[in-house]
Write a protein that binds this ligand. Structure first.
Ligand code: NAX
Length: 326
């Protein structure tokens, strides 16, 4: 057996983590020969519930679960971790302004960003807790010892939603839908790009000829899917979000299939005229250990307008939280 990989999950007693943690230690994420040592972070009022999650993990008798650390201090919990899945954040309370939400959550990610300096030298971070891009920006700017390319914010749920909707409209299997990109922010301004996407190897616009549906139904459907789930379920997406986190990590650590790509928000290097240092979602490919932004995609004026709108929202979020950027 290999030495265990140390995986931190924050918000570990929350509903998303409840769907995620069990998949992390089942062998599904890192393979059947890779033991996992869990580092589970919560806030003090949730520690009892976290004990309950730990009891259930024991009761699964997972052969790959090498151990568990539970705690409410990120400096202790992040000691020696190889991967951080930063799920925990504060939900928007009644009457709370977006600005307050950004600042409240931003403060969590200042502390966790600083604590990431305790992680192992190969640390990789995925921020899931909302507002994910700005939380990721804050954590990245406060983790002085961690290279910026180790940070990502989760866009995979949006990416999966877009694939599923295109497949349903075209009446094909999800696997026939490739080359989907979500650009920008994990919010209702994101731009799900159907112009560069393919169905069965052909441009989407050749298979789904109803351009009005693509522009005026598909895009808002993906952008507002999170709200539609809350409306239907009374709770935000949890199982599908956990599934997306699993897909994200797998895509990052596997070789991307030839000709395809996946979406994740990472630190911009200036590609596609997105200012350097923004946490922005791009099309990515991975060689199994490093990712790169797919270059050369066509961005026609329709797409540029949408990309500019989501960029402008991210600029606003950065402005609101600028005092937290270290
Ligand atoms: P829950 O409210 O069920 O769980 C959040 C947990 O985080 C709670 O147990 C809370 O005690 C804990 N927490 C709060 N502050 C913490 C801190 N400083 N350190 C450690 N833990 C802390 O929410 P849940 O449904 O699990 O959602 C978690 C986050 O994922 C939310 O921010 C949510 O908005 C976000 N999502 C992000 C998605 C994405 O695609 N990026 C999709 C799904 C989800 O909505």
């Amino acid at each position: 057996m290999r030495p265990p990989i140390r995986v931190a999950v924050t918000g570990a007693a929350g509903q998303l983590a409840y769907s995620l943690i069990f998949r992390v230690v089942s062998g599904e994420l890192f393979g059947p020969d890779q033991p996992v040592h869990l580092h589970l972070l919560e806030i003090p009022p949730a520690m009892k519930a976290l004990q309950g999650v730990a009891m259930e993990l024991d009761d699964c008798a997972y052969p790959l679960l090498a151990g568990m650390e539970l705690g409410d201090d990120p400096h202790k919990i992040f000691e020696g971790i190889n991967r951080a899945l930063l799920v925990g954040s504060k939900p928007r309370g009644p009457g709370m302004e977006r600005k307050d939400l950004l600042l409240d959550n931003g403060n969590i990610f200042v502390g966790q960003g600083k604590a990431l300096d305790r992680a192992a030298s190969d640390i990789q971070i995925l921020v899931v807790g909302n507002p994910a891009n700005t939380n990721c920006l804050i954590a990245m700017n406060n983790a002085k010892d961690v290279p910026k390319e180790r940070f990502a914010a989760m866009m995979r749920l949006d990416h999966n939603r877009a694939r599923a909707q295109l497949a349903a409209k075209a009446g094909v299997a999800v696997n026939d839908v490739t080359n989907v990109t979500i650009w920008g922010n994990h919010s209702a301004t994101q731009y799900p790009d159907f112009l560069n996407a393919k169905i069965g190897g052909k441009p989407v616009t050749e298979v789904i000829e109803d351009r009005d549906w693509l522009e005026n139904e598909f895009i808002p459907l993906v952008q507002k899917r999170g709200a539609a789930i809350i409306e239907a379920r009374g709770l935000s997406s949890a199982a599908s979000a956990a599934n997306a986190a699993v897909d994200h990590v797998k895509s990052m650590i596997s070789v991307t299939p030839e000709g395809d790509w996946f979406s994740a928000a990472i630190c911009s290097d200036g590609s596609y005229d997105i200012p350097e240092g923004m946490i922005f979602s791009f099309p990515l490919r991975s060689n199994g250990s490093k990712w790169e932004i797919v270059q050369g995609l066509e961005v026609e004026p329709f797409a540029r307008e949408k990309i500019n709108a989501t960029l402008s929202e991210l600029n606003e979020e950065r402005e609101i939280t600028k005092q937290l950027l270290g």
